[in-house]
Design a protein around this ligand. Structure first.
Ligand code: SAH
Length: 253
């Protein structure tokens, strides 16, 4: 019997943001291969009998190499199992979902894709930041701030700055100083509003909003860690007025 791989987006953390299609499939899973960024609430929906494989990747310690992950998916599906490849946010946004599909295709393994709510949009939303707004920004750019050890960032700060849209950097906490420097050097005003949003949509959600020129100091003072996204643009000003999540009666529980 031929198995199948479901590439499923788990959303940013809050289990309420996991799609119904994702949940339906997860309940039928025989093998679940998941990342570090999948929220506890979603992990709690995995059937008890399913085999769990944690390939959790966080900045400093790689648990499993991409080739090994690909190998596991192919092997388990070829053994006839229902395999769910569960990824934080949306599987195609900086999730290497495309690379995994290439191998599945090459081995003739059938697959389906279930999009997820991406942190790039949901984390600002949970912090009261609309990424576009008629008065402030008519485009939004999602950029990876990931940089390999010893290398510099390959980002076109000039065009990002010229574009005038909201900038959302994922995987950028460690390169925050370099991102800020790059934007300032490209002519972004030092008093442009920016934010670092940590552990969004979870009980531990925190945010720092500051002028771009002070963002690094402020994030350092508050000890902001990963996972977090960096947002640059006037829309960040709205967080103060629109911030709503921390005001929920059970916030932090
Ligand atoms: N596919 C994912 C992104 C993978 S890259 C998505 O669509 O959301 C991993 C990066 O996503 C992290 O480094 C961080 O920048 C961001 N991220 C994911 N979950 C987050 C969360 N709950 N809060 C803040 N940032 C998050």
């Amino acid at each position: 019997m031929q198995g199948k791989v479901y590439l499923v987006g788990a959303g940013p953390s809050d289990p309420g943001l996991f799609t119904r299609r994702g949940e339906e499939i997860l309940k039928r899973a025989e093998v679940v291969v998941y990342d570090a960024l999948v929220g506890q609430g979603v992990l709690g929906m995995i059937p008890r009998e399913a085999k769990l494989i944690n390939v959790g990747k966080r900045a400093s310690h790689h648990t499993m190499k991409q080739e090994e992950i690909n190998g596991v998916l192919v092997r388990e599906a070829k053994a006839g199992r229902v395999v769910v490849r569960l990824k934080g946010g949306d599987p195609f946004l900086f999730g290497r979902g495309g690379e995994e599909l290439e191998l599945l295709r090459a081995h003739g393994v059938p697959f389906e894709i279930v999009p997820g709510v991406t942190s790039a949009l949901a984390v600002p939303a949970y912090n009261g930041i609309p990424v576009t707004h008629r008065e402030f920004a008519s485009s939004v750019h999602i950029i990876t701030g990931h940089r390999k050890a010893g290398e510099t960032l390959d980002i076109d700060f000039q065009s990002l700055t010229k574009g005038g849209g909201t900038l959302v950097f994922l995987m950028g906490v460690r390169s925050l100083p370099e991102i800020v420097r790059g934007l300032l050097a490209a002519g972004m005003p030092a008093d442009m509003t920016a934010a670092v949003l940590e552990r969004g949509t979870s009980a531990g959600q925190r945010r720092v909003v500051a002028a771009l020129g002070e963002l690094e100091d402020e994030a350092g003072r508050q000890g902001i860690g990963t996972p977090a996204i960096i947002v640059v643009g006037e829309v960040c000003k709205l967080a103060e007025t629109f911030g709503w999540y921390e005001q929920l009666p059970l916030f932090g529980e």
